[in-house]
Design a binder for this molecule. Structure first.
Ligand code: SAM
Length: 174
């Protein structure tokens, strides 16, 4: 099935999950600015979040955007935005396998969402032309890249932020 309209074989619908009809056409388009090269070709092997692996990954930026990398090498950390191209887009309630309780898509970091945009704060190791070596990714090899931004610890970090349901991790289905 088309990922835009329903579950891919790799995802499926779990008990408690709910899908909706998506609008007939999108409201805007995006330009993929490159691809992310990672060691992972299957979801089961992918880290669940950006801190779960210290694998060095390569961000390949399309040559036309190379000038936009000027002074990126001065940044210790970057925010990467990428497009989870293998995820379904129509789920509004999801039951993550490791919790067994359905939650709203917008309270989750699942790749399945109407606009399957993921983000990670990565550590920048080096820049070689239009290739960046980074640590801190959780996506499949070949995942399309949407944007690169400098990470500002002064404004992006909220050390006392809380996700209420995550504090209740022991709340699992019987
Ligand atoms: C739980 S998400 C976290 C995403 C991101 N760090 C965020 O919070 O925005 C990471 C998972 O997405 C899945 N995934 C990775 N690359 C994907 C892709 N290109 N399409 C669909 N799913 C992907 C893998 O199962 C991986 O473990």
């Amino acid at each position: 099935m088309n990922p835009a309209n329903g579950p891919t074989p790799d995802f499926g619908i779990r008990p408690g999950e709910q899908a909706v009809d998506l609008p007939a056409s999108p409201d805007a388009g995006v330009y993929f600015i490159g691809r992310i090269r990672t060691p992972w070709t299957e979801r089961k092997d992918c880290p669940k979040n950006a801190r779960a692996s210290d694998a060095v990954c390569t961000v390949e930026v399309e040559a036309r955007y190379a000038p936009a990398l000027k002074e990126v090498e001065t940044c210790s950390h970057l925010v990467l935005l990428y497009w989870m191209d293998k995820a379904p887009r129509n789920l509004v309630l999801q039951t993550p396998s490791h919790y067994g309780i359905e939650r709203g898509t917008f309270s989750l970091r699942s790749p399945a969402r109407p606009n399957p945009i993921a983000l990670s704060v990565v550590k920048l190791l080096s820049v070689d032309g239009n290739k960046l070596s980074v640590v801190g990714l959780d996506c499949l090899d070949g995942t399309p890249l949407l944007d690169i931004k400098p990470y500002f610890a002064s404004t992006d970090s909220v050390p006392d932020a809380v996700v209420g349901w995550h504090k209740r991790k022991d709340e699992r289905a019987p």
